[in-house]
Write a protein that binds this ligand. Structure first.
Ligand SMILES: [Zn+2]
Ligand SMILES: [Zn+2]
Length: 300
């Protein structure tokens, strides 16, 4: 089901152990942090007169429904939009949008405590900022194991283009620094720890797997269950979901339906067991269940 060239090595089946201690077999998927078959972006508009084609998208302030386009107009009206006149992400003389144009700026702005000089910025990072040998390893049980207790993890799963379906973006910290961690229109962005990763699903990796009108497959959760789009072929949202946003049917068995793009999550929790990373951690966002703060947040 994955996009051609989603992985940097042929996927393997390896021995693995879940966080709950179940010994099982896993798919080992290794990626280079880039979405297969697509160039990420655009993210930040360049001037306050740019239209939606030049910029990407961001969570709307309602926290549900579609993303909002980051147009020049949106940048101009950020103060009004968030009810805080301190917002100033552009130069009023030149009408140029202030954005992170270098690796240094990307690193400085995309930290939990944003450095003063990188506040008031539209944040965008490039794949070229990743280490030369950057790679991500995903271990996913080949047969999902229903967990005794639902769980959470920093990595939700993997999209069909080989990039991460990420835990929630720390929106309060991002907006608190008067920054926008711009997504592209596919609902993803880049950081040097996760590579390109999604915070939202807007249809870019959707793949129709059956002709029964069910919502298309988006990717797989870390517990091995499929994550499907929110809406079916008729545009109707999935109903009767459990707390993890899952449901069961005869064709797919247990599976999830992604939340709406602005909800800052894909699923509610893991229905199945997930695997902790093997050996040294592969960067700060391995798949699995490291100890988490009460509020699930990542360094964007
Ligand atoms: Zn379904
Ligand atoms: Zn992020």
């Amino acid at each position: 089901m994955f996009t051609k060239e989603a992985f940097t090595q042929e996927p393997k089946i390896v021995d693995c152990e879940t966080a709950e201690g179940t010994k099982t077999r896993c798919y080992q998927l290794i990626t280079d942090g880039a979405p297969a078959g697509r160039k990420p972006g655009p993210f930040c508009p360049r001037t306050t007169s740019d239209g939606a084609d030049v910029g990407g998208a961001w969570f709307n302030k309602e926290g549900t429904g579609d993303l909002v386009d980051i147009t020049g107009e949106f940048i101009l009206k950020l103060g009004e939009y968030y009810g805080d006149e301190k917002w100033m992400v552009y130069d009023a003389k030149t009408n140029k949008v202030r954005y992170t144009a270098t690796k240094e700026a990307c690193l400085g702005a995309a930290k939990p405590d944003v450095e003063e000089e990188y506040m008031q910025n539209c944040i965008e990072c490039e794949l070229s900022y990743l280490d030369d040998n950057f790679s991500r390893t995903f271990l996913i049980p080949i047969t999902p194991i229903t967990a005794a207790k639902t769980g959470r993890a920093r990595t939700v799963g993997i999209a069909l283009d080989g990039t991460e379906l990420s835990a929630a973006a720390p929106v309060d910290a991002i907006l608190g620094a008067y920054t926008i961690a711009a997504f592209d229109d596919c609902g993803g962005h880049i950081n040097v720890h996760q590579g390109y990763h999604y915070h939202s699903t807007t249809g870019c990796t959707d793949k129709l797997t059956t002709d029964d009108g069910h919502a298309p497959l988006v990717g797989y959760a870390g517990d091995g269950y499929g994550i499907y789009a929110l809406k079916n072929a008729k545009g109707e949202e999935a109903k009767s979901l459990d707390e993890c946003r899952g449901q069961t049917d005869e064709v797919r068995g247990y599976h999830y339906h992604a939340a709406s793009p602005s909800e800052n999550k894909f699923i509610g929790c893991f229905h199945g067991e997930t695997v902790l990373p093997e050996g040294p951690p592969h960067g700060p966002h391995p798949i699995g269940r490291p100890p988490l703060p009460a509020k699930l947040e990542e360094g964007h």
